[in-house]
Ligand binder design. Structure first.
Ligand SMILES: [Zn+2]
Length: 528
């Protein structure tokens, strides 16, 4: 190559690189439009063509691009006219096909509809558990998640989580066929996964130890050979560090088959892969669970794309995929092959601290989420309006709980009732200033209803008096006065999420926006 040829080549290379970097510059100076999604529930859209149209118009005004509509709820109830699962259709939705109406009206306005399924939770009286109790997840005691309790008050949990691993089972006999039915019969834009995980709020380390999983957790990690099952080979320790002597796979105890469920579960959670080594056996338990959820997400993707390649997949996931892999088997940052939009629920309820701390944490967490997913697929920052007004709602929730406590107390417990009466008076004091500012009439009404309940150390109130108070507080909770939830908090949260430059913002939920009177705020925040 002559000197001139080299110069020409270099010059053209420089021109080429400059051009391509200019092209990139133009791309980055014209960022893609921020997308807006809204999680919604069937009651939000009503049961007539007219009410559906009104709801869609409201979404249009707020520049919502995607309505994420719940069509399979926590109790296993479904909201489409299923031919395969008519026994699961929610009461009152046998003749009104909310999904069909919504898709038609939303598409007419250029809005997409994602069909939102609560994947692995079912109701204890739901059709799936009724017909197939053997599909439920089991804990080491051999009972389902319905035996768990919630919170320090030990509230009844009431939901049965289904084993994602078991085949044939819930995943391949119930959930995937439901998804296929929707993909076949409805012009939805995406299937939306939720509860695509193991239970995390009640007992993250207790599931699943069903017979299928007790057999398949060791098999998945190959903790023993299937040939010569009983034989055990002793590893000759040739490495100084104990954990370096890990090459043999005969890690199950020889009496494995004789152990009961509790003993097997104990070994899987607390056993040592290497005798004398660290208690690391549960690593395989966590990896197995993440693998089961991965498998379902992959299978759902394959089946949907086979039916209609234009249907996408979106998912509501926990805020931190590294931690959710460990706690709930949700390794979602590795799902880019099977998911088209990530909607992490970066709700304030998952963070401690004040509103300013949440704004900082929301921005930082959203940035990390984009990093974890390597920006492979669009990510919408998920914000729940309700939890934003934690400070304003707390006095009301506390008061409702205190009144409930008093209602459930025994008339003979005079000291306890006197304490509760004082707590209620104090609780109302904490609420009344804000209430008087935004709803003076309701403040007066509740103040009056309170008098006969707390009078005389709550020794003489009638059931009617306390029921009236309970009802008034419930009415207030279901229809908050405008301004009670500070609108600026929603604006601040959206602005905080935007600092991380997510592809979109997803808001939970339409119903809450109505209760909190925050639709106008959302309209202003999403204005284009
Ligand atoms: Zn299982």
């Amino acid at each position: 190559m002559t000197f001139i040829a080299v110069v020409v080549l270099l010059v053209s290379l420089i021109v080429l690189t400059t051009n391509s970097s200019r092209a990139e510059e133009t791309k980055t100076t014209q960022p893609a439009r921020e997308m807006h999604a809204l999680w919604s529930h069937p009651p939000d859209v009503g049961k007539t063509a007219e009410s559906v149209r009104e709801f869609v118009a409201k979404c249009k005004r707020a520049n919502i691009d995607t309505i994420v509509m719940l069509i399979k709820g926590m109790a296993g109830e479904i909201y489409w006219k299923s031919k395969k699962f008519p026994q699961a259709i929610a009461k009152g939705y046998e003749s009104f096909d909310v999904l069909e109406h919504l898709v038609r009206e939303a598409h007419a306005q250029g809005i997409k509809v994602d069909a939102w399924l609560v994947d692995f939770a079912e109701g204890e009286r739901g059709a799936a558990f009724r017909e197939h109790p053997e599909w439920a997840m089991l804990n080491p005691d051999g009972t389902t998640t319905a035996s768990e309790s919630l919170g320090v008050a030990k509230r009844h949990y009431g939901y049965v989580w289904m084993c994602p691993a078991r085949r044939p089972g819930y995943t391949d006999q119930w959930l995937l066929p439901m998804i296929e039915e929707i993909a076949t019969n409805y012009a939805v834009d995406s299937i939306h996964h939720d509860y695509v995980r193991y239970p995390g709020d009640v007992a993250p380390d207790s599931y699943c130890f069903c017979d299928y999983c007790l057999k398949h957790i060791p098999r998945y990690a190959m903790l023993s050979y299937e040939t010569g099952t009983q034989e055990r080979f002793k590893v000759k320790h040739s490495q100084e560090r104990i954990e370096a002597n890990w090459s043999d796979v005969t890690m199950l105890p020889p009496d494995w088959q004789q152990r009961d469920r509790r003993e097997m579960a104990d070994y899987i959670l607390n056993g040592h892969t290497i005798p004398g080594g660290p208690p690391d056996m549960r690593y395989y338990f966590y990896d197995y669970r993440a693998h089961q959820i991965d498998t379902f997400v992959r299978e759902a993707h394959e089946r949907i794309k086979k039916i209609n390649p234009r249907i996408g997949i979106s998912a509501a996931i926990f805020k931190n995929p590294i931690q959710s892999s460990r706690f709930i088997g949700q390794r979602w940052h590795e799902w880019s092959r099977w998911v088209d939009v990530y909607m992490p629920m970066t709700y304030r309820s998952f963070f401690v601290g004040d509103m300013q701390a949440y704004e900082d944490h929301l921005a930082e967490t959203t940035a990390r989420q984009i990093e974890w997913t390597r920006g492979e697929k669009p990510l919408y920052a998920g914000i729940a309006s309700t939890y934003l007004c934690r400070e304003e709602m707390k006095p009301l929730e506390d008061l409702r709980e205190q009144v409930g406590d008093l209602k459930n107390s025994l008339p003979t417990d005079t000291l306890g009732r006197a304490d509760k009466a004082r707590a209620i008076s104090k609780g109302f004091d904490a609420l009344r200033e804000r209430l008087a500012r935004f709803a003076p009439e309701q403040e007066r009404e509740i103040a009056l209803l309170l008098v006969p309940v707390v009078a005389d150390d709550a020794r003489t109130f009638t059931p009617e008096a306390i029921d009236k108070l309970v009802a008034a507080l419930l009415r207030l909770r279901r229809d908050l006065p405008a301004g009670f939830c500070p609108p600026e908090k929603l604006t601040l949260a959206i602005e905080a999420a935007r600092k991380a430059k997510p592809n979109g913002i997803a808001i939970f939920s339409a119903g809450n926006l109505t209760i909190e009177k925050l639709w106008p705020t959302l309209e202003a925040a999403f204005k284009r």
